[in-house]
Write a protein that binds this ligand. Structure first.
Ligand code: C2O
Ligand code: CU
Ligand code: CU
Length: 478
């Protein structure tokens, strides 16, 4: 997906000429120029050719009828107005994942707004303080609604654009398709919910299985990666290339080479990389996901056209993105709290090889499978959820996150970005701020933030089955 504004227009043209999709406009409201901060977005059933030409179409639920949903492009520091219309036959909400916005705009049913009923609409209004790569998705019946396709990218533009040849976005998603091309049923399988969650069998890039993505020798690309999967974790390797991570979860960091040359992307995470295309004209280079042992697959290939390099030496421009106005925690006056993740299959019984299925079996008989600090909040969020922790507004906080389970968890915080201080006792370099912190089994991670955004904020695992089965809580900023 080319993220230039004019390509948005051409995408709309495509939509208009596409058969029967006329209702699915992603247009800014009438009378507003493309690239303004106003959008109308419709959640609607649609059909999509996920597995590529010649393969059956899939019935999906989609924003504006496209997979992924329309690109929402906003300007940093300027008020945005997003009208969401619900044409599904069940209630929904939209959560603007990673954007620090007022609590009433956060899209959590019951907790921050009434759900949007079928036929109804809701107006989201906020001013994005941070530039970067974000995304939007439902927070009602999230496992199924996200799993059937409701998700789309958000780009908040920097005030001063960085110099690159092309700014691209790859919205990655994982689907569990049947051989007829349908979305497999069985959302909320308890066994899966107690293990790695609903990992699918088909990974799409911008809504289709991708064979190759065209590039030119010598160009510098800013590539915005979004993992919009329900449960699939990715570890991307770029054959023959050296991507530099310049932002995580929308927040700029010090440009760096990814650890072990794999870009780790838990569900809901975003990573922006800069890549100088220094491969040979005419060649192809694999982009490979190596996360699951023995299950590597090709996400796509960088396909060089035959033309000579656009320049001899890599572009001589800064790789640093301008930092966002994040409040620095005051380490001298900090309060500390622990959040411990518990439960799942084989937990607390000697790890992966342990025979203990106790917690998992609890899940089998209907009680929540997961817990945070001994408490389980399950489902999607509702009124009257008691916060696990309450902070006075403006307090600096360090949270120690402990994963006592045998499973990976991308832990997501609403309303705030957090500085990741240390992992398993080792300082985390590169000044990384994140809203979604991927925790390996047994990891201990320290994060710090200023609790400056008042309201009740959800904190949950973004493996959707885990959230639904209890790996969720609420943090209150009073
Ligand atoms: Cu991306 Cu609570 O969500
Ligand atoms: Cu969020
Ligand atoms: Cu989890």
């Amino acid at each position: 997906m080319n993220t230039e504004s004019n390509s948005l227009v051409s995408r709309r043209e495509l939509l208009r000429t596409g058969a029967g999709l006329l209702l699915t406009t992603a247009l800014p409201l009438p009378g507003h120029a493309a690239g303004s901060n106003e959008y109308r977005i419709v959640a609607v059933p649609a059909r999509a050719r996920l597995a590529g030409a010649g393969r059956p179409e899939t019935d999906v639920w989609a924003y504006d009828g496209t997979i992924p949903g329309s690109l929402v492009r906003l300007r940093q520091g300027e008020p945005a107005r997003l009208v969401v219309e619900n044409r599904l036959d069940q209630a929904t909400t939209v959560h603007w994942h990673g954007i620090r916005l007022p609590n009433a705009m956060d899209g959590v049913p019951g907790l921050t707004q009434p759900p949007i009923k079928p036929g109804g609409s809701f107006v989201y209004e906020f001013t994005p303080p941070d530039a970067g790569t974000f995304w939007y998705h439902p927070h009602a019946n999230s496992l199924e609604q996200l799993g059937r396709g409701l998700a789309g990218p958000v780009i908040v533009e920097e005030r001063q654009p960085v110099i690159v040849d092309r700014d691209l976005l790859w919205f990655l998603a994982d689907w569990r398709l049947t051989s007829e091309g349908g979305i497999a049923s069985g959302f909320g399988n308890r066994m899966e919910a107690a293990m790695s969650g609903r990992v699918g069998n088909t990974v799409t890039l911008n809504g289709q299985v991708s064979e190759d993505e065209p590039v030119r020798a010598g160009e510098r690309i800013r590539l915005r990666l979004v993992n919009g999967s329900l449960a699939r974790i990715m570890a991307l390797r770029f054959e023959g290339h050296r991507p530099l991570i310049v932002a995580i979860d929308g927040q700029p960091c010090d440009p760096h080479v990814p650890e072990r040359h794999h870009i780790l992307l838990g569900p809901a995470m975003r990573v922006d990389v800069m890549i100088d295309m220094q491969g040979e004209p005419g060649r192809r280079y694999g982009v490979i996901d190596d996360f699951y042992d023995g299950l590597s697959y090709l996400v796509t290939q960088l396909a060089y056209d035959g033309s000579p390099p656009v320049r001899e030496h890599p572009l001589d421009a800064s790789l640093d993105l301008p930092r966002n106005p994040l409040p620095e925690p005051d380490l001298a006056a900090i309060e500390r709290h622990d959040l411990t993740l518990q439960g799942g299959m084989m937990s607390g019984m000697g790890g992966m090889q342990g025979g203990g299925m106790m917690h998992g079996m609890m899940g089998m008989v209907g009680s929540p499978t997961w817990a945070i600090n001994g408490m389980s909040m399950s489902g999607d969020g509702h009124a009257g959820m008691e916060p696990a922790l309450t902070f006075q507004r403006g307090r600096s906080v360090i949270l120690t996150l402990r994963n006592e389970t045998a499973w990976w968890h991308p832990m997501h915080f609403h309303g705030h970005s957090l500085a990741v201080l240390s992992r398993n006792g080792k300082p985390v370099p590169h000044r990384q701020w994140q809203d979604t912190v991927l925790m390996a089994p047994k990891d201990v991670v320290e994060v710090a933030f200023v609790a400056d955004n008042p309201g009740d904020w959800m904190l949950h695992c973004h493996v959707m089955d885990h959230q639904m089965a209890g790996l969720m809580t609420v943090l209150r900023v009073a």
